[in-house]
Design a protein around this ligand. Structure first.
Ligand SMILES: C[S@@+](CC[C@H](N)C(=O)[O-])C[C@H]1O[C@@H](n2cnc3c(N)ncnc32)[C@H](O)[C@@H]1O
Length: 245
């Protein structure tokens, strides 16, 4: 049996209460943190609450056969930041379990995909999501721009996820903005409405920030962060954006 449990947007204790009760009945509980950086200061308390240790596992474990082998033998729960199936590759685990006759249960949770609604932008009007990865010497893709361009053509907003490895290694919003402006210059186009680009950081935490891209404060944001490139705005959205600095 495999339980994939979303821990919610930021704090580990954003967990659904029902999932905590289920974890008490599990043989083993693992926690993955490579798909997002969340706050796990509640870990010790949670371990006490459910009466077992929680092991933190990386991508190498999640993408190996270890999870499937364990789930074939025991009741295994894996905790995943946000919603377990939003911008993760964990659906492949469900597929594989189905093939092997292993029962799965998903506990959905709050996610950046819906929290983006806190900006006042209508979730009905978002197009495809894209992400900007951490650049290195020989790795600087630009394909995310195609998604943004298509969305803008259709009048849709774009949620742009910014990769985060840890507190020090992440795509800083101001750098993502420099990259996007650089691509616009290279393509000799001006399609992004820079006055209405929104930067969001640590949404769901006590330190969350929602700022316009031209606000100087965006240079000091902590991860996880995302950008929202707005498409065609309706009157309600225009009003909502007026309240963001
Ligand atoms: C690979 S996605 C995983 C999303 C997660 N499964 C969920 O449902 O929220 C991680 C990215 O989402 C964005 N993100 C996640 N939580 C966030 C938050 N609380 N505030 C701002 N951006 C966030 C960041 O861009 C981060 O790099």
């Amino acid at each position: 049996m495999l339980y994939l449990i979303g821990t919610g947007l930021y704090y580990l204790n954003d967990l659904p209460l029902r999932a905590i009760n289920e974890m008490k009945e599990c043989d083993e509980v693992l926690l993955e943190r490579y798909t997002n950086l969340n706050d796990i200061s509640f870990l010790k308390e949670l371990e006490k609450d459910i009466g077992k240790k929680i092991e933190v596992v990386g991508r190498e474990v999640m993408e190996s056969d270890i999870i499937l082998e364990k789930a074939a033998k025991e009741k295994l729960a894996v905790l995943i930041p946000g919603d377990p199936l939003a911008a993760t590759t964990h659906f492949s685990l469900i597929q594989e379990c189905k093939k092997r006759g292993i029962t799965t249960r998903i506990f959905h949770s709050s996610s950046i995909f819906t929290a983006a609604g806190e900006t006042g932008l209508s979730l009905y009007k978002f197009g495809g999501t894209t992400s900007i990865p951490i650049y290195s010497e020989h790795f600087h893709p630009e394909s995310f721009f195609d998604v943004i361009e298509k969305n803008i053509e259709c009048g849709y907003h774009s949620l742009v996820l910014l990769e985060v490895k840890n507190k020090e290694e992440f795509v800083e919003p101001y750098k993502a903005i420099e990259i996007l402006k650089g691509i616009e210059r290279k393509k000799e186009i001006k399609i992004i409405d820079w006055k209405n680009v929104i930067v969001i950081s640590k949404i769901g935490s006590d330190e969350q920030k929602i700022l316009k891209a031209n606000n100087n404060e965006i240079k000091n944001l902590e991860p996880p962060c995302s950008l929202i490139i707005t498409g065609k705005l309706n009157e309600n959205e225009k009003e909502a954006l007026k309240t963001i600095n």
